[in-house]
Each structure stands twice: as C-alpha cells, then as structure tokens.
Design a protein around this ligand. Structure first.
Ligand SMILES: *[C@@H]1O[C@H](CO)[C@@H](O)[C@H](O)[C@H]1NC(C)=O
Ligand SMILES: *[C@@H]1O[C@H](CO)[C@@H](O)[C@H](O)[C@H]1NC(C)=O
Ligand SMILES: *[C@@H]1O[C@H](CO)[C@@H](O)[C@H](O)[C@H]1NC(C)=O
Ligand SMILES: *[C@@H]1O[C@H](CO)[C@@H](O)[C@H](O)[C@H]1NC(C)=O
Ligand SMILES: *[C@@H]1O[C@H](CO)[C@@H](O)[C@H](O)[C@H]1NC(C)=O
Length: 321
C-alpha cells in the first residue's frame, strides 16, 4: 500500500443555477410553407467521433476552477492510492508495457512516490494533462452486486483482499483517526485497470468468442481456469478484465482504478450522496433500453465523453468519460 494520501478536493454544490437556452426557430418558419417539413430535425453526433474540440462549456460557468466554494455544501474528500505486491501502479511502468497496452505515452514511468499527487492533480488541477478539465467541473455539469467468479481464484493465490476494508484500515493506521475523521468522503484509487473500461474492449471487441481469448488475457500459466470469466451485463469477458475491480460506492467511500475517468468519480460521488443508478442493460438479450443513456451521469453518461465509451481503457484516463 502507498501510505501517502493527499488532501483531495472541496467539491462545490451550487444551487440557483439558471441556464438560458436558445432554441432553434427553424421549424416555425418552415411549417408555414411546407406542411411536411420535419419540425424537429435530429442533429446528433456519435461521441465515438467527437474530440475535445467539440466540448462547449455551459454559458457563463468556470466550474473547472477548484478554488470556487459552494453555496450549500463543500465536500472534504480524501484520495487513497493503493497498490499490491504483485500489481504496481500502471503509470509507474513503461509506455505500452501491459497486456492492455497501457500506460499511454501521455503519462508513464511516473515515480511511485508521485502517484497520489499525479492522480489528485489529474482530477483536480486544471493543467495541460487534463486539458484544464476537472472532476469538480464534470460533476457540476452533470449533477442536475457481487457474486461473480466465486470459484475463479488461481491455484496457489489468495483472492481474499477487501480493498475498501484494507485500504481504509491502512490509511487510518498511517494518519490516525483524527485526520481520517476530518474527511467526510474517501476516494480509493486502486492500481490497475477498472473492469468497466475493459469488459467489452478486451472481450467481444477483441476476440471472436470466449474460447478465442488469448492466453495473455487468461489466468496464470498452470491454472485450470478458462481464459474467459463472468462479468456484469454481458455473459463473458476476458479473465484479465474480470480480475480487475469494478468501481463502486458505499459507506462514505468509493473505489476507482487508474483507468477511471472523471465520469466514474462523479458517478460514484453521486452514489455517496445517496443517488441511485439510472440505467437498464442495453447489452442484455433482448436489449433493455437505457432511457437516459448518454444524457445522465447515473446512466451511460458516466461512460461517455470525447473519443466515446470504448476509449475508457486508457491510462491515464483522458478520453471517453
Ligand atoms: C504496443 O506494443 C505491442 C506489442 O507489445 C505492439 O504490437 C503495439 O503496436 C504497441 N502499440 C503502440 C501504440 O506502440
Ligand atoms: C490551460 O490553461 C492555461 C492557462 O490559462 C492556458 O495557457 C492553456 O492554453 C490551457 N490549455 C488548454 C489545453 O486548454
Ligand atoms: C480508530 O477508529 C477505528 C474505526 O472507527 C476504531 O476501530 C479504532 O479503535 C480507533 N482507534 C483509536 C486509537 O481510537
Ligand atoms: C504453478 O504450480 C506450481 C506447483 O503447484 C506452483 O508452485 C506455482 O506457484 C504455480 N504458478 C502459478 C503462476 O500459479
Ligand atoms: C452467452 O449468451 C449467448 C446467447 O444466449 C450464448 O449463446 C453463449 O453460449 C453464452 N456464452 C457464455 C460464455 O456463457
């Protein structure tokens, strides 16, 4: 475990926000001459094809500025970075050195001691690396299960780690209860990938079927386990993806991994405030429509951003939510 922890952020909850929307007037003029004119032509672009150049800030806002204070409530959140004897932080490694082809050239070979401040700054501090976008900004703009693979522990290994209990316990022991109690919420940042960012990309999108998963994505060499494993929402993914954490929130803390983008932190922060998920499963058979999908942070919106949802596997997380 890396005991450095960083005073993370004060998230601002503002009320009384008013937005003035200029609605297109096209339809009104057209209907006078053409009764068959489409009154509300669809204009949309798949986020897979969008870039940061398409981003438009809400009029008059500067929510990326983390010095802003809230009118109603400020959150004092700790960020605890956790690694393991057999899993280093991906950004401490050479570029393109993991099976997931991470870390990206944008950040690699970062000294371990700098990992907590790297992720704090990536989320909180407007800088070139995050194109001046912050978690505070993302959350402000958008706030308006278990039991899988139970017998899938490779022979000779221990799979009993409880990230939340162990990380919070180690942190309390390291900083003392007085300091730990001064935070109302805690973000736990795990070394490695987050399963929700690789479960499709390094599964159906890479391999023809469960039996085609390459050994590199399978369990350790002398395991009798298959190279695929159970996952959420779809019925298989690669073993390597399933072996990573799926971010979640509860008991005043949320878990994220190195590929978790601001959308994931914002989604989990909303859970910490008692707000539930708002998605169906569009991948089920038959598919169930996800009504608010890319428009809600508590639905697939937390998977979305420039580059689209299938760029979320990259470390550091600069695209796709
Ligand atoms: C990453 O490494 C793999 C081989 O390990 C190579 O096939 C691939 O082209 C590399 N990708 C980049 C972006 O360098
Ligand atoms: C980030 O902000 C700085 C300071 O305002 C500015 O110089 C820089 O061009 C910005 N970078 C991006 C990518 O917006
Ligand atoms: C610190 O807090 C933990 C959890 O609340 C508790 O179990 C432990 O006894 C406390 N330690 C001290 C020294 O008060
Ligand atoms: C493979 O099996 C041997 C003998 O049981 C064991 O010592 C070793 O740790 C196993 N390797 C892995 C990667 O699990
Ligand atoms: C996943 O579901 C499909 C469709 O029901 C089925 O054909 C397939 O065998 C399942 N695959 C696994 C690995 O369970």
């Amino acid at each position: 475990m890396l005991f450095h922890y960083v005073h993370f952020t004060s998230l601002v909850l503002a009320t009384g926000l008013t937005l003035t929307l200029a609605l297109p007037r096209r339809g009104r003029h057209q209907t006078q001459t053409d009764p068959f004119a489409i009154p509300d032509p669809q204009e949309w672009e798949n986020t897979d094809h969008m870039t940061w150049d398409d981003y438009v800030r809400p009029p008059g806002s500067n929510w990326y500025n983390s010095a802003r204070r809230g009118t109603q409530r400020n959150f004092n959140v700790a960020l605890i970075a956790v690694d393991y004897p057999d899993e280093a932080f991906v950004i401490t490694l050479a570029a393109n050195s993991t099976v997931f082809t991470n870390p990206q050239p944008a950040a690699n070979s970062v000294p371990r001691a700098d990992v907590p401040s790297f992720y704090r700054d990536l989320l909180k501090k407007p800088q070139e690396q995050n194109l001046n976008h912050t978690l505070h900004e993302y959350w402000m703009e958008d706030s308006g299960e278990g039991g899988f693979n139970e017998n899938a522990c490779p022979t000779g290994q221990s799979c009993s780690v409880d990230l939340r209990t162990d990380a919070l316990g180690a942190w309390r022991a390291a900083v003392g209860n007085a300091t730990a109690n001064s935070f109302e919420l805690v973000f736990i940042l795990s070394a490695g990938q987050d399963e929700s960012s690789t479960w499709q990309e390094f599964c159906k999108m890479l391999f023809d079927g469960p039996d085609a998963v390459a050994d590199a994505f399978g369990p350790p060499a002398n395991s009798t386990l298959t190279n695929w494993a159970d996952t959420r929402y779809v019925n298989w993914t690669s073993w390597a993806s399933a072996a990573t954490i799926w971010p979640n929130a509860g008991r005043s803390s949320s878990t994220q991994a190195e590929s978790s983008g601001m959308g994931t932190y914002a989604h989990e922060l909303s859970h910490l405030l008692g707000i539930g998920d708002n998605y169906n499963n569009p991948y089920s058979i038959p598919p169930i429509r996800s009504y608010t999908a890319p428009f809600s942070m508590m639905s697939r919106g937390s998977f979305d951003g420039p580059g689209g949802p299938h760029t979320r596997w990259q470390i550091p997380a600069l695209l796709g939510g």
